[in-house]
Design a protein around this ligand. Sequence first.
Ligand SMILES: N[C@@H](CCC(=O)N[C@@H](CS)C(=O)NCC(=O)O)C(=O)O
Length: 202
Amino acid sequence: MTYYILHNYRRCPFCIRVRIMLYLKGVEYEVVEEPLRVWTDWMREWSKDNNERPRVPVLRIDDVVYTESNEINLMLDEDKEYTPEDITEMRKWFSWCDDVLKPQIDLYKYGANLQFDTEENKGHEKKLREMLQKLEDTLKEKTYLMEERLTVVDIAIIPFVRQIMRTRNGVFDFTSFPHIVSWANTVLETDWFQNEVMKKRQ
Ligand SMILES: N[C@@H](CCC(=O)N[C@@H](CS)C(=O)NCC(=O)O)C(=O)O
């Protein structure tokens, strides 16, 4: 029998991506919690041997080790047939999320150089709103980003929308992004997300 182990940090949006996919695929897995910076011995040793900085998620399937949340999800989703054009479109969304949206969320959350400043935050919020507008405009046309069903692309981005929703007790005003909210809630408000994917394990 194939054995799955996920090195995980509960609130990490990258880990949430993978836990959503594992749930949707019905995969049973063991969780190893990684309190960031106090890595488990396995994690420290694996990173040292592979000359990689320790980061979660890491998914181990028997003896094979997978890193990078979106790559893990594509691999878990391999029963779906995607054309090369689909993959190109998916990777565009992945890099928009990880290289454009995520850094802006970090600025909005923590400030430049982790120095939060109320005045500067207004500028960070404005920029974040401009980015979310792109998502809102796409979701005006369709229920999900790529197909008429939840795909790896939605699963990649929804955990980051959740992060914005939870920053400073939900102060971010989503009134002008109704499509983003209802799209994200097709995952975030489900029982399976709240009780299985976000289950507290320790
Ligand atoms: N590109 C990676 C990013 C993973 C990542 O940055 N994880 C964070 C947790 S949210 C982490 O492990 N940070 C520890 C560190 O960077 O030292 C992925 O998609 O899996």
